[in-house]
Design a protein. Structure first.
Length: 183
């Protein structure tokens, strides 16, 4: 029996777009969505937040760290515009999750507006960096690490972070609209 863990591993390892599409199609046809493991993180006000607090909404997760050139470019060239396009969407939330090890450095980066902004829910892995269990469970190997969760808290995008990072054809916006349309 094929499990969601095997599907997740296949999607993580396969880089060929046609092969990824075949795996994703198989996943959809058989209802094998990747389960998202819920963790508690700290927000920029010092409060504990669970990602499950946002069940019922489409959740976009953006994992980044201070000094990440790709994270900075993604925010400036893609995410900032997409967030503006969805600013009136009540059924969507943007979570910005930093893996910085130094909390002060993270807070400075949040305030700078270079990687995220005040409209996102800004979360911190508590200084654990890439060793945080959430990072390990999602097998994030490059940044920014991008995921879309559906309203049930399951990973919606069966495409890689790389696919969501593409600026051509507004891939991120396309998948967010698909997630919002799914009821």
């Amino acid at each position: 029996m094929i499990t969601t863990k095997i599907i997740a591993l296949a999607l993580f390892m396969v880089t060929s777009v046609p092969q990824r599409a075949s795996i994703a199609d198989f996943q959809r046809r058989h209802g094998l969505q990747i389960e998202f493991i819920d963790y508690e993180l700290i927000n920029s006000h010092g409060d504990s937040v669970k990602i499950s607090d946002f069940n019922g909404k489409v959740v976009f997760l953006d994992f980044w760290f201070t000094g990440c050139a790709g994270c900075k470019l993604f925010y400036a060239n893609v995410l900032k515009r997409v967030k503006e396009d969805f600013e009136d969407e009540k059924d969507m939330v943007f979570l910005s999750i930093s893996i910085d090890k130094d909390e002060d450095k993270w807070l400075e980066s949040v305030a700078s507006g270079v990687y995220t902004d005040g409209t996102a829910v800004n979360l911190y892995t508590g200084g654990k960096g890439a060793k945080h269990p959430l990072i390990a469970s999602l097998q994030i190997k490059s940044y920014p690490g991008l995921f879309i969760l559906d309203r049930e808290g399951k990973v919606f995008n069966d495409n890689s972070s790389l696919e969501l990072r593409r600026t051509r054809n507004n891939k991120l916006e396309h998948y967010l609209k698909l997630a919002l349309a799914k009821r």
